[in-house]
Each structure stands twice: as structure tokens, then as C-alpha cells.
Design a binder for this molecule. Structure first.
Ligand code: CTP
Ligand code: CA
Length: 225
């Protein structure tokens, strides 16, 4: 393929990407969050527009900037807000990439005022489950749409990833193992294995998140042809 052909793998394709953490409010000044930086999702957005795609990037609270005119950014805070934005955008899209580290639980009540220390004893937070955005998109996925998920695992990696692939009706899943040095949160590199719904598994070497994004986009392009 020539140079230009290699830059148009996703020409005119509409891609929805979730990225970053979610924050689940406890009270006006406190939240439950996680260490996701959003770097992988933002690198994916860049890699997609480099290939001619139009991206809707649904981002949790991150400190990253987006400049490309073909990246439409939707900033959200909680898992519920991310769910609403993703469900609204996915029906018009050709593909969805679920890269966000969505909180599985949120406090059952968000206190309207700052919670005071008052008593010196223990304090309990009751948590209730958030919606599964990936599974919800998987349930409304149409013929021809492609859905990509991520799995960050510490043990029984392949089995857990394959379970998520099936449960969420994904076309392929990008597995990171926390046992691999240089993979996961707060890192500029990543080491992935792509497992698709045909059961094919490809392990890639350690790369920059930009390099990993290109590998994921190449896999996506083969399914969007
Ligand atoms: N995901 C999502 N919405 C959620 C939870 C997860 O869209 N509420 C997506 C993630 O963005 C990722 C995939 O589902 O693409 C797998 O996320 P993960 O947290 O590994 O899976 P869970 O189903 O939450 O399972 P667990 O955390 O128990 O391993
Ligand atoms: Ca989870």
C-alpha cells in the first residue's frame, strides 16, 4: 500500500471513544476515583483521526488536551454521565472503543453539604453498582458496528478477558496484564494482547501508548472494511 492509502484506513468512519477515570461524588468536595490518566484513550483518538475518522471522545476528569478538529470532546465526570453520553453517541457511530476506567460502584447518596468529622469513630460508605457502559452498547450494537473493550487484569488474564468479550458482546478486547512491567495506569507504555471473538489471540511487544494505539486501529480497520 502507498503512503496515502495507509493514512485513510478509517476515512469518514465515526468512532466513539471513552477515556480516563470517572469520579463518583461523596459530597461537594470528595469523590471516589482511580489512577487512570486517559493517555491510552487520547492516543487512540489521535490514531483514529490520523486515519481519517471523526471521533467523539467522551472523557472523564483528565488533564490532557485535544486539538485536532475531527475530535469532538465531551467532558463528563461520573459513570452515569459517561453512560448517557455514550448511549447518545453510539447509534450514529461505526465503532466504539471503551477505554475508560469506569467506577464499578458509586456512593448510594451524595451528601448535599460537606460531611463533617464530628464523631471520631468509624465511617461507612454504602456503594451501589454503576451501569456497565460496554455491555449496554453491546446490547444495542447493530450489524456492521464494531465494539472494542479493554481488560486490565492481575491474574487468569486470558480467561477473564474472554469472559468480558462474550458478556459485553465485544468484537475484540485489548488485554493488559498488571504483571507486565511498563503496562497499565500512569505509564507512557503499554503491553497488550488482542483477543477477538473468533478466539484469535495476538500478543504485542511493549510499546509507547501511541504505538499501541496504531496496533489497535489497524485491527479495528480490518473489521470496518
Ligand atoms: N466498562 C464499562 N462500564 C463499566 C465498567 C467497565 O464500559 N461500568 C468497560 C471498560 O471500559 C472496559 C471493559 O468494560 O472496556 C472492561 O472493564 P473492566 O473494569 O475490566 O470489567 P468489569 O466488567 O468491570 O469487571 P471487573 O472490574 O470486575 O474485572
Ligand atoms: Ca470494573
Amino acid at each position: 500500500e502507498d503512503f496515502f492509502a495507509s493514512q485513510t484506513q478509517l476515512e469518514k468512519k465515526k468512532i466513539v471513544i471513552t477515556a480516563g477515570p470517572t469520579y463518583e461524588k461523596i459530597d461537594p468536595v470528595r469523590f471516589i476515583g482511580n489512577y487512570s490518566s486517559g493517555k491510552m484513550g487520547f492516543a487512540l483518538a489521535e490514531a483514529c483521526v490520523q486515519q481519517g475518522a471523526e471521533v467523539t471522545l467522551i472523557a472523564g476528569p483528565v488533564s490532557l488536551k485535544t486539538v485536532h478538529p475531527n475530535i469532538k470532546r465531551v467532558d463528563v465526570e461520573s459513570a452515569e454521565e459517561m453512560y448517557q453520553a455514550a448511549m447518545a453517541a453510539f447509534p450514529k457511530a461505526d465503532a466504539g472503543i471503551l477505554c475508560a476506567a469506569v467506577a464499578d460502584y458509586r456512593p448510594d447518596v451524595q451528601a448535599a453539604e460537606k460531611i463533617k468529622r464530628e464523631t471520631k469513630g468509624e465511617m461507612t460508605l454504602r456503594l451501589v453498582p454503576n451501569k456497565d457502559i460496554a455491555a449496554s452498547l453491546g446490547a444495542i450494537k447493530r450489524e456492521g458496528q464494531v465494539l472494542v473493550g479493554f481488560a486490565l487484569e492481575t491474574n487468569d488474564e486470558a480467561a477473564h478477558a474472554e469472559g468480558k468479550l462474550k458478556r459485553k458482546n465485544l468484537d475484540f478486547i485489548v488485554l493488559n496484564s498488571l504483571r507486565d512491567a511498563g503496562a497499565g495506569f500512569r505509564c507512557d507504555t503499554n503491553k497488550i494482547t488482542i483477543i477477538d471473538k473468533e478466539g484469535e489471540s495476538v500478543a504485542y511487544p511493549l510499546k509507547s501508548k501511541q504505538g499501541v494505539a496504531v496496533d489497535i486501529v489497524n485491527k479495528l480497520a480490518t473489521l470496518l472494511k
